[in-house]
Design a binder for this molecule. Structure first.
Ligand code: ZN
Length: 320
């Protein structure tokens, strides 16, 4: 869209898109486009041909960046080159037409231009490229551009237990929400002022919090007992969400980390789904059936990813 607007603007006003000052009477869309220039300019590189289309001051055609930014607003006066000059107007008879340098920046520009052969009218037209990391993308590339622009935070310590390689996407997404404690449990709904009973619908004996739903609830405990029995784990008592995550992140020969993560992800997803099923559809399913569903999901995950190193030996450990 910006490229279209550049063409549009050039043909109408013969001014550079990059030098336009926003006006109060401009449309919201146009002002929004002008605001995006700061983001876009770092990606657009001008490759000089005959210099007839490229703007001397505004286009990014030297390693110094747009010269109006490098030299500042006083640049055109210092070099006696008009703000609306095209590059083709700044050379003559194979020579650059520049005033003697009077500042370090002007000297740096002189030094750089002295390494370039001035454009020739017989050369090809100037062209523009979308570059990321110095490489031409062959046109605008939304994915790679977003990777450069998107805000980044430090990697969280729990990230590898949520977004591990081979995870089931819907399980991992649900786990991410749960780990941030963003599930709309009844206690959270009540804390927002909603008039709801906070009792857990699976056991009807405690308040529905994250720790209760996935650890303390008698319904969930039955499922955990099936799982621990299958893994031949005894004397393990989980009492908080952090403890559960700690167990999921640890490893042992008989229960590798990938298997633990598959189990926790599948259990959290399936118990939450059953909780919603009970509330919205009044469908009661015994914990033994939920366990079988979790078992099936884990087997399917391991089978589907058997080509991956970390999944190769999991099936015998899960089926024992
Ligand atoms: Zn409960």
């Amino acid at each position: 869209m910006i490229v279209l607007k550049i063409t549009f603007c050039d043909s109408l006003n013969n001014v550079s898109f990059w030098g336009i000052k926003p006006k109060a009477c401009d449309s919201w869309l146009w002002r929004s486009l002008l605001k995006l220039r700061e983001l876009a300019e770092k990606f657009i590189k001008c490759n000089i041909g005959n210099g007839a289309a490229a703007w001397f001051w505004f286009d990014n055609w030297t390693p110094l960046g747009p010269l109006i930014k490098f030299m500042g607003e006083g640049g055109p006066r210092a070099l006696s080159i008009p703000i609306e000059a095209k590059i083709s107007s700044v050379y003559d008879l194979q020579e650059w037409k520049l005033q003697p340098p009077r500042s370090d920046k002007a000297l740096a520009l002189h030094v750089h231009l002295s390494t370039l052969t001035p454009p020739n009218t017989l050369d090809r037209d100037d062209c523009y490229a979308w570059e990321i990391g110095g490489k031409n993308c062959g046109g605008y590339n939304a994915g790679r551009t977003w990777e450069v622009l998107r805000p980044r935070s430090t990697i969280k310590s729990w990230a590898s237990t949520i977004w591990f390689k081979g995870s089931t996407p819907r399980h991992a997404f649900n786990m991410w929400i749960v780990n941030l404690d963003r599930l709309p449990t009844k206690c959270r709904l009540a804390s927002w002022g909603m008039q709801v009973s906070t009792h857990c619908c699976l056991c009807s004996s405690s308040s529905e919090t994250r720790a209760h739903l996935f650890i303390d609830c008698t319904y969930t405990k039955v499922i955990w007992s099936f799982i621990f029995s299958k893994l031949q784990i005894t004397n393990l008592r989980l009492s908080s969400w952090n403890e559960l995550m700690k167990w999921a992140a640890s490893r042992s020969t008989s229960c590798p980390q990938t298997l633990r993560l598959l189990i926790v992800h599948a259990l959290v997803y399936t118990v939450w789904r059953q909780r919603n099923n009970l509330i919205h559809n009044q469908i009661t399913i015994p914990p033994a059936t939920i366990y079988k569903d979790i078992d099936r999901q884990i087997r399917n995950s391991i089978t589907a990813r058997s080509h991956m190193k970390k999944f190769r030996n999991l099936m015998p450990l899960w089926l024992r």
